[in-house]
Design a protein around this ligand. Structure first.
Ligand SMILES: [Zn+2]
Length: 99
C-alpha cells in the first residue's frame, strides 16, 4: 500500500509530496526535488517513525526517493473552508501527515 506524505524542506522552504510503500519497513532517503537536500526517514509497521539514521548507514537503506519537481509548492496543502472536524477527516482521507 502506498501512502502520500507531505514533506517540508527546511533548506529551500518548499513543500512536496512523497508516496511511500508502507509495506516495506526500513530506511528511506527522500531527496528534495528542488534543492537535493536529503530527508532521512524510517518506516516501521506502516508509520513514519521519528528515528533518523546516519548517512553512511548504506546497508540499511531501502530506497532512494526522488519526487517530481512538479510536486513542489510554496505552501502546505490548501485546506478547505470547513470546520476542524471535517478538516481532520479530510486529512485522514488523503493520508496526509506532517513530516
Ligand atoms: Zn529543498
Amino acid at each position: 500500500m502506498r501512502k502520500l506524505f507531505e514533506f517540508y524542506c527546511t533548506e529551500c522552504k518548499k513543500y512536496f509530496d512523497v508516496k511511500l510503500n508502507m509495506s516495506l519497513n526500513g530506511n528511506y532517503r527522500i531527496h528534495c526535488p528542488m534543492c537535493e537536500h536529503i530527508h532521512f526517514r524510517k518506516l516501521l509497521n506502516g508509520e513514519i517513525t521519528d528515528s533518523r539514521f546516519p548517512e553512511n548507514h548504506e546497508s540499511a537503506l531501502i530506497e532512494d526517493i526522488k519526487p517530481m519537481k512538479g510536486s513542489c509548492r510554496d505552501f502546505a496543502q490548501e485546506k478547505p473552508e470547513i470546520d476542524n472536524f471535517l478538516y481532520t477527516r479530510w486529512r485522514e482521507r488523503l493520508d496526509v501527515v506532517e513530516a
